[in-house]
Design a binder for this molecule. Sequence first.
Ligand code: AHR
Length: 513
Amino acid sequence: MKLKLIALSLAAMATGVISASNEATIKLLPSEESPIIEKEIYGQFAEHLGTCIYGGLWVGPESDIPNTDGYRNDVLNALRELKIPVLRWPGGCFADEYHWMDGIGPRENRPRMVNNNWGGTVEDNSFGTHDFFNLCEILGCEPYLSGNVGSGTVEELAKWVEYITAEEGPMAKLRKENGREKPWKLKYLGVGNESWGCGGNFRPEYYADVYRRYQTYCRNFNGNKLYKIASGASDYDYNWTEVLMKNARNQMDGISLHYYTVLGWSGRKGSAIDFTPEDYYWTLGKCLEVKDVVKRHCDIMDKYDPKKRIGLLVDEWGTWWDEEPGTVSGHLYQQNTLRDAMVAALSLNTFHRFTDRVKMTNIAQIANVLQAMVLTKDDKMVLTPTYYLFKMYVPHQDAKLLPLNVATPMIRARDGRQVPVVDATASVKNGITTISLVNTDLNEQADITIDLSGVSAKKISGEILTADKINAYNDFTHPDDITLRPFTKGWKQSGGKLTVTLPAKSIVTLSLK
Ligand code: AHR
């Protein structure tokens, strides 16, 4: 049973007035001072895990699957539409066991290794540094390297930076011998990953010192300027952020945070496609908890860095369900439904609100792993609901945040969590105002009145992501069960107000000119 309450969705507590219908109001609050939504908030993550790289992005130049220099054409074409700003690689946990020199030079000479974190699969290192940087060039995105601190050395990481970015010297010579004359640009460098866990099981005080040491030797060659990122906290580990900020803030440009929407109320992850309405609302509640988590980490950062020089990078986030039955254990292959798209929308809306501190986020992961954009099987590919959500949100990239207040009924979920029926975000770019609206209610439409506060809306167009069932998904035999569609009716404008009717369980983006 659900209880609806009228509340300001940004307020911590509901006011307790029971509402019979799904009526919500939104007031746009245009402000000259509001920050830009960094496009890096729409970052992606690709790990050597399961079929994310091998089979997902890369099939090799000899493959029968249509490819360009080894990269799958279908996947490249799909990903180009997302205007990916930054791609994190090679892990994840894999990064702290990865030795980059094993992935350069002639492929037939490259050593193999066991991918101990992810199913014990043998990694042949056929996708290495050159392949990653070339992929970033093809996609037009910034590379984000995760360096090996757990099982690597300072020298190894320092030389990787030199190999990639130096014009002259022994590492540059090696790179040239391997076919790349010009250095690449490298901005984002992560010094370790989950250093509190799979990245070395460090204590924060010790890691802070190790971080300071490693970053010292990662140099800026030939005008390349590194943005150095300390391996940050998991979820609710506020002490990690506190200790890192206290002891290493002057050596870092960013610190990471990982927050997954994982573990149902029973302590199990649960199926990606087979879930109850109660599971659904619980999931949205858990996802929305990221707001409090980010805020508490930001508060700690504010104490040490009031001018907000240091970015908080949520460089792993998304849903984490049970692996699909029949798939390889440890490969984290999961399906993706409209529920996942809801989680993506609510998460991105939240990150927008913290855009003065949250400078990058990377959904996990880009292909075939966790909350993926694309799923592949042999020569087939499907686009997930999360893919369509990211596509729908492209106009928010590098747009000016348009603050808003939402007054919405709330749905009480299991565990006392509260989920707003309506959530929203808005931004302005090149004279176009983009408003994204979410109706989380599984059964009822939402009637939303938007006070435009003088924002021009002479021409309106829209797109909608919805389906008959919340667990609708695309698979290789039914690839188009859920896709983006035009949203052509559903709104009315009069007297500076826009009224919008959102179908149950839907996400709409309106473009106002
Ligand atoms: O994204 C999957 C894994 O989740 C990553 O390798 C690790 O950093 C995190 O625990």
